[in-house]
Design a protein around this ligand. Structure first.
Ligand SMILES: Cc1ncc(COP(=O)(O)O)c(C=O)c1O
Length: 347
């Protein structure tokens, strides 16, 4: 199958497996794992932050960060389809005791005016207030959309004026930096905390990092223990992260080019895609004009050898390119997807 369901489906490459096998490891909880330490220092540097913490998942990185920034009863603002609001099982309520407020976005982005309006003090005398703003870049549910730097600047400076902490869910931050042609730090350094995921476009089996100031990362260590995420010889997986940062970052541009080629090929064949949306490695296909039931479309495509997946939008499915998808796969998908979807409609 040409597996375009997600960039999380990749297997470690033989070279990555070699790096894993040769990793020098130690007891991470005692901060004695040299490979974890090296990865943390490297990611802090890459993101323009003082320190970073290795955790098993990007969800845990987000949850720890948001818990550091908000007290029970505080309000978290985020775009309404962002990962922290939709897919993290209400963790912000469970772990941080925060109230969430989702703001409608365009391409996954919200505006300063929306934040200003949402942060307006309530009539209550008690101190119930918006205290945290979380942004996502690239934005998953918007189809891998990228924040222009000027918009980020404006929003972060508004948040600072309001005294809000700002977190970036940068699970796919390196896709954004490659798409914009800027250093990751040019995006990430303006935030209080930043999540970076290793198991998406970077192709690692697992792992994520939470970066921030030394003080916040010291506090994050405590939360990591509390979450049960403090590990032992974790260098086994951190080694994959170090390998990926050496070998799998620049090539993200290939994933983006393949997504663009796939989108343009499908549009030329009569499939409905908003080409403006295709900024990184996601292609969102709208089935509405075909009148095709989504579950059925996914099933027939899979039977024909192409794996796509559902999105939060009821009629939209997505194709995501990643390091196992070749130019030949893209050409085959450009043939197969219209053949299946358009033939079935005609039948
Ligand atoms: C934007 C974003 N943030 C966070 C996550 C969570 O990653 P994980 O499943 O590794 O916890 C994902 C996963 O898809 C994501 O797309």
């Amino acid at each position: 199958m040409i597996d375009l369901r997600s960039d999380t489906v990749t297997q470690p490459t033989p070279e990555m497996r070699r790096a894993i096998a040769e990793a020098v490891v130690g007891d991470e909880q005692k901060r004695e794992d040299p490979t974890v330490t090296a990865l943390q220092e490297r990611v802090a540097d890459l993101l323009g932050q003082e320190a970073a913490l290795f955790v098993p998942t990007a969800t845990m990185a987000n949850q720890i960060a948001l818990k550091l920034h908000g007290r029970p009863g505080d309000v978290l603002l985020a775009e309404e389809t962002s990962h922290v609001l939709v897919y993290e099982y209400g963790g912000v309520a469970a772990h941080a005791g925060m109230v969430t407020r989702g703001l409608p976005g365009h391409a996954g982005r919200i505006t300063s005016d929306q934040v200003l309006a949402a942060a307006e003090p309530s009539m209550k005398a008690a101190d119930q207030r918006v205290s945290v703003l979380s942004l996502e870049n690239t934005h998953n549910n918007a189809g891998g959309r990228v924040w222009p730097l000027a918009e980020l600047d404006e929003l972060v400076s508004t948040a600072r004026q309001l005294g809000l902490a700002v977190h970036l869910d940068g699970a796919r931050l390196l896709n954004a930096s490659v798409a914009l042609g800027v250093e990751p730090a040019a995006i990430a350094s303006r935030f209080d905390t930043v999540t970076l995921c290793l198991s998406k476009g970077l192709g690692c089996p697992l792992g994520a990092l939470l970066a921030g100031s030394r003080e916040l990362v010291d506090r994050a260590w405590r939360e990591k223990h509390l979450f049960g995420g403090a590990m032992r010889q974790a260098g086994i997986v951190a080694a994959a992260g170090v390998y990926a940062l050496d070998h799998h970052v620049e090539r993200l541009a290939d994933d983006h080019a393949r997504a663009r080629r796939l989108a343009e090929g499908l549009v030329a064949a009569g499939i409905t895609i908003d080409l403006e949306q295709v900024e990184t490695n996601f292609v969102q296909i709208d089935l509405a004009p075909l009148g095709f039931d989504r579950a059925e479309a996914l099933a027939v495509l899979r039977a024909a050898g192409v794996g796509l997946s559902a999105t939060i939008h009821p009629t939209v499915v997505r194709a995501v390119t990643h390091l196992e998808i070749t130019d030949e796969d893209v050409e085959s998908a450009v043939e197969l997807i219209p053949a299946v979807l358009l033939t079935a409609v005609r039948a």
